[in-house]
Write a protein that binds this ligand. Structure first.
Ligand SMILES: NC(=O)c1ccc[n+]([C@@H]2O[C@H](COP(=O)([O-])OP(=O)(O)OC[C@H]3O[C@@H](n4cnc5c(N)ncnc54)[C@H](OP(=O)(O)O)[C@@H]3O)[C@@H](O)[C@H]2O)c1
Length: 242
């Protein structure tokens, strides 16, 4: 049986993805801070679930991830879903710093731990849920948009590094559009997708080892068109305001 570790499995896209991997017969390591939320999955799939409370911003997070992998007897796929994001039109400094800590420091701590484990054990796959927000700088959510760009670029760097080193690790960058989860609950975005729908697309992208997956086709179109907008014009646009 294949083993997948999902960090950020306690809510939203991560929780729905964990459900699908479990239904498909995977052994799943579930992590996040609110491990109480994992009880329904642990009770439904007692033989194939493991869990660990991990705060990815803390220095002990890499050690805890390694412990979880050991308890599972190894890992084939690392799926990183954890993330925070806010609209921050007032440019509250604490929001900016917290977002950088979770989305950049947190991802870096976890992805490097996963990379070293996989490279020392014959290879595998690392998948990260970034966002379409990383494809253009969004003024209403500066740190969110910039940290999602960091995540996508970091994955590109690791992809090239893995090939240079023959580490046999593949990478999947999952970029959803707007999803109806607690992350967006307070914000008024159009065309919100259901988390279980996004999780199905995520699962397919991971098992087919897609390098980059924008979810879904409507958001692919949006990204295609907003990439065509010249910078001087983009920086004068009012994108969304609540
Ligand atoms: N919702 C959207 O529209 C949308 C669109 C594109 C991309 N995304 C991305 O999708 C991912 C999941 O978000 P979601 O929409 O499903 O929101 P969500 O329901 O709020 O889930 C966020 C997840 O991140 C985890 N997390 C946050 N801070 C953490 C920390 N310090 N340590 C460990 N885990 C942490 C949370 O777990 P704990 O709180 O239990 O720690 C939770 O499991 C995020 O990376 C987000 O940027 C979301």
């Amino acid at each position: 049986m294949k083993r997948v570790v999902i960090v950020g499995a306690t809510s939203g896209i991560g929780y729905e993805s964990a459900k699908i991997f479990l239904q498909q017969g995977y052994v799943v390591g579930l992590a996040g801070r609110r491990t109480d939320n994992l009880k329904p999955l642990m009770e439904e799939f007692p033989q194939t679930t493991y869990s660990k409370q991990i705060d990815i911003t803390q220095p002990e997070a890499p050690k805890l991830l390694s412990e979880l992998i050991k308890e599972m007897g190894g890992m084939d796929i690392y799926l990183h879903v954890s993330g925070i994001g806010y609209q921050n039109i007032t440019l509250d400094q604490q929001i900016e710093i917290d977002t950088v800590k979770t989305n950049c420091l947190g991802l870096t701590q976890m992805a490097t731990t996963a990379y070293h484990h996989l490279s020392q054990n014959g290879g595998g796959q690392i998948a990260v849920v970034s966002s379409i927000a990383g494809t253009k700088g969004l003024g209403i959510a500066p740190s969110y948009s910039a940290t999602k760009r960091y995540q996508s670029t970091y994955l590109q760097c690791l992809t090239q590094l893995s090939r240079m080193r023959n580490d046999n690790i593949s990478f999947t960058d999952i970029r959803p559009g707007f999803v109806d989860t607690p992350l967006l609950r307070k914000a008024n975005y159009p065309m919100k997708m259901k988390a279980d729908y996004v999780a199905k697309k995520l699962y397919k992208a991971v098992v087919t080892k897609k390098r980059v997956a924008i979810i879904d086709w409507k958001f692919s179109l949006i990204v295609f068109f907003w990439r065509l907008i010249p910078t001087f014009l983009w920086e004068r646009l009012k994108i969304v305001k609540n």
